[in-house]
Write a protein that binds this ligand. Sequence first.
Ligand code: TRP
Length: 331
Amino acid sequence: MSGKKTILSGMRPTGKLHLGNLLGALQNWVKLQDDYNCFFEVADWHALTTESRKTKEMATAAREMVVDWLVAGIDPKKSTVFIQSAVLEHAELHLLLSMITPIPWLERNPTYKSQINELKEKDLSNYGFLGYPVLQAADILLYKASVVPIGQDQLPHLEISREICRRFNNFYGEVFPEPQHVFTSVPALLGIDGRKMSKSYDNCINMSDTNEAVEKKIKKCYTDPKKIRMGDQGDPSGCPIFLLHNIYRKEQTTEIEAGCRSGALGCSDCKKALLEVLAPLFTGMENKRREILSKPDYVNDVINDGNKRAKAAAGKTMEEVRNAVFGKGHV
Ligand code: TRP
């Protein structure tokens, strides 16, 4: 397609997207849309690797995530937005790749090891979870993506994708370009309780929050516990509000920091100043969401059309894959 390089990236539909997702991944995707042939995937099968009992919720979660993407500025005229489980070729390629993936590559994957330790409440001793990176390799290779925007935490997965890619090309002939990662710079954001912003901590400011909700969250947001009243000297490091000033009011950060440290600026005024820039942002997102949802079939049409485009590309690659693996003329 038009000599542009192909990008594939994806997210698991595991809940509402928050400011961290917007700043870390989505705004970067939006920028890439003009210069690359972009595929953005709702990785619902990946979500099942840890949530195999939540199958019924998946379709709604997938759709809601697509709405958040559209609100962020993903343009379905430029990019292909699709649902992994609607393109069955992912399963076929995953199966063929599983034949050439040594189990030790998967067992030594640091993400696998740490998740097994961290998510103790979940039973992750299943075949699908071990094979998570094989499915991710299938996602990328199916579209012959050469560029994969990811957060730093995804690097081990991408390295496995590259190894699988090389092994495939080696065994069966050059079919796939080797995918390169580009890191999306994740801003240092903290949740409203001062811990890392994460849906598992329920401390997020979500893209779909109303201004009222944002105001409530900011007002009760954690700040330096030693700074209690106006005049108290504070320490902005580790303050979620200060980090947000740093992103949305960059020019004023020196002033904010000095005011916080000297005690001249109280937390309540500091929060008010932040809300003044957040309000138009959230109003904008709310209006955009309303507009998107006001057209009855729009989101379904975006998804159906994206699925079709993805399926066409995936089907083409699978023909090449079958020819490479089994030889031409294979059923
Ligand atoms: N594993 C990724 C995550 O959790 C999501 C994902 C699935 C993905 N398939 C992908 C990312 C392909 C990049 C490319 O964030």
